[in-house]
Design a protein around this ligand. Structure first.
Ligand code: SF4
Length: 293
């Protein structure tokens, strides 16, 4: 079979794990796999869309079969188990120098703004870090949504301590689960750069302060901490960014999009631009930036 792949919103540059697994699985069956090219007829084309708010791919596709998947298409089905179990084909992304995967899937919480409960369901083990790691890289990027909520996730973190691997848990840790014991484990990992957490409401501020104290006691300085800040009410987000910055935690603003893919307001976008462009953030206050348009 001739297989074409389309990462519909792949412009972010972050590798598409589902397409890498599909590519590896088809190659193992002897199929020819490549990025879709408008000059070829395919037996099957896979289109993967991660985000609901990005435009769809509207070019005519010459293929006997087209399979669309991913959150962006509101398709929450898992890959077939045999594909899910396949080691990803990293040759699709020659510039990617890290392994990518999930130690766990799902979440214990049901935050109303989040698609994870609907998409992935309850927390459960997915893989071990040894299954995810690449033979040609020591970097591991985990996409887990709430790794600390799962005994398997904690065991995997413990098992990586002292190993020559550098880790990023790039979806943000649930600070409510960073007690002294979890902090001691996290502080002993080698981090690629930041220990990431999430601060979606002001109620999380004292929790993050406590987590930062536990992490500091365990040897992870506040300058290693980084935090997603969901931006719904801008004044509330501003308060969170201000307090996080006072704690020494780097804030990253994420404008809220409802589950239907509704666009953020111009003010939410402006706030994110102010917060995330650090040269701007450190040179003017939000009130000044907002006034300046
Ligand atoms: S804790 Fe995070 S992953 Fe879990 S439901 Fe809430 S926002 Fe989603």
């Amino acid at each position: 079979m001739r297989i074409g792949l389309i990462a519909v919103d792949g412009h972010s540059g972050f590798p598409n794990l589902a397409l890498m697994k599909l590519s590896a699985w088809h190659k193992a069956q002897g199929d020819m796999v490549e990025w879709w090219s408008g000059f070829t007829r395919y037996d099957r084309v896979y289109m993967s869309k991660v985000f609901t708010f990005t435009p769809d791919f509207d070019t005519v596709i010459d293929a006997a079969e087209i399979i669309r998947g991913g959150t962006g298409y509101r398709s929450y089905e898992d890959l077939p188990p045999e594909v899910e179990a396949t080691f990803p084909d990293y040759s699709l992304y020659p510039r990617c120098d890290c392994a990518i995967g999930f130690l766990t899937r799902g979440c214990i919480r049901r935050c109303p703004w989040c698609v994870v409960p609907q998409k992935e369901g309850d927390i459960r083990p997915a893989s071990t870090w040894r299954e995810i790691r690449r033979p040609d890289s020591r970097k591991l990027v985990f996409l887990d949504n709430n790794v600390l909520a799962c005994g398997h996730g904690l065991t995997q973190i413990e098992d990586m301590i002292g190993e020559p691997v550098w880790v990023d848990l790039n979806q943000g840790l649930d600070a409510r689960l960073i007690d002294r014991q979890a902090a001691a484990l996290l502080a002993r990992l080698r981090w690629m750069r930041f220990i990431r957490m999430s601060c979606d409401t002001s109620a999380m501020l004292p929790v993050i302060r406590q987590a930062a104290e536990y992490l500091a006691e365990a040897g992870a300085a506040a300058s290693r901490l980084w935090c997603y800040v969901l931006v719904r009410d801008v004044e509330d987000a501003h308060r969170r960014v201000t307090e996080l910055t006072e704690m020494g935690v780097e804030a990253f603003a994420q404008p809220y999009r409802d589950l239907a893919g509704g666009e953020p307001t111009e003010e939410q976008n402006a706030f994110a631009r102010w917060c995330n462009r650090k040269e701007v953030f450190h040179s003017c206050r939000w009130e000044e930036y907002r006034r300046g348009g």
